[in-house]
Design a protein around this ligand. Structure first.
Ligand SMILES: [Zn+2]
Length: 309
């Protein structure tokens, strides 16, 4: 009886408020597939990454996230290698604001097979960047269910990041040529492992270049995205998939990460695997970011700005 009462109560709650919450089981299942040995480290141009692309396309299709181009794929060449970005689209629900775009992204490629350690040569890239990919997929599903975005949104998963940001460069150029009105872009890199308890949840590259982090924190209602000195000294702003969007559009385009060089020792290592991920942290990160993203896609004016304007 108690169980039944609880079920009725939670169902009503869910229906009444249309609250959609990202659950750990889904985050884990998606990441387990993307970082499985079957995908052979998702190197651009391989059969392994093709499986990843199909998986993301099917996820978009199943969850009613539309393709932005003729298909979900944005195709490009690097010499004789063919790469595919996967691009999902949710049109904004406001007659005016839907002409403006917010892009969320992550790279779904990784480095394939590398020098074996204890017989394992597959670099699974669970943290780098299957974690960011899964986050973007979850948000696409969230906005497809809630339809709570006034601005239009693109959910973009890049290939060939590991070959030098080639996928994001191609897509940013293509969208620039198409003439979209890009408001902001956020790239998510390595969000699979939490920072130390005394550190802020995540940091933003290029923190001081715009007011984006401050605005996102204000939409959340607490300080969750901070400044990280190493991001500045290593110039992470220019070394990740947000940069081509900044370069083309000169609008706020940043990367957010929870990897701070002290909390994960398997960067580009065969042990960047599913069992090293913290799914409670990942799920909490994804849910915490939802009000930040909703604030950004729904603000009446373009209040996130470059600081030099
Ligand atoms: Zn990466």
């Amino acid at each position: 009886m108690r169980l039944l009462g609880f079920l009725v109560f939670t169902t009503l709650l869910a229906c009444g408020s249309k609250k959609v919450v990202v659950v750990k089981e889904n985050v884990k299942a998606n990441l387990e597939y993307l970082a499985s040995d079957a995908l052979e480290g998702r190197n651009t141009g391989t059969k392994g990454i093709e499986k990843a692309a199909v998986f993301i396309e099917n996820y978009f299709k199943k969850n009613k996230v539309e393709p932005y181009f003729e298909t979900y794929r944005d195709t490009f060449n690097i010499e004789d290698i063919i790469g595919y970005n996967v691009v999902g689209y949710i049109e904004g629900n406001d007659a005016q604001l839907k002409n403006e775009f917010v892009i969320l992204g992550a790279h779904y490629d990784h480095i394939g097979t590398i020098k074996a350690v204890n017989g394992d040569s597959i670099a699974n890239g669970a943290n780098d960047d299957a974690s960011g990919t899964v986050a973007v997929m979850e948000w696409a599903n969230y906005f497809a269910k809630t339809k709570s975005n006034k601005r239009s949104m693109l959910f973009t998963l890049y290939s060939a990041e590991e070959m030098g940001l080639k996928g994001s460069e191609h897509l940013a150029k293509r969208l620039k040529e198409k003439g979209i009105d890009l408001y902001t872009m956020i790239n998510f890199e390595m969000i699979g492992v939490p920072r130390a308890k005394n550190e802020i949840m995540a940091y933003m590259s290029g923190y001081e270049k715009s007011n984006m982090a401050k605005k996102l924190n204000s939409y959340i209602g607490s300080e969750n995205i901070g400044f990280f000195p190493k991001a500045k000294s290593f110039n992470l702003f220019m070394r990740s998939d947000n940069y081509p969007f900044y370069n083309e559009f000169k609008v706020p385009a940043h990367a957010i990460s929870t990897f701070d060089f002290t909390n994960f020792e398997y960067y580009h290592h065969v042990d960047d695997e599913v069992d090293k991920m913290d799914f409670n942290h990942m799920t909490q990160f994804i849910n915490t970011m939802i009000p930040a993203i909703e604030g950004m896609v729904n603000s009446a004016s373009k209040e996130i700005k470059m600081n030099n304007e």
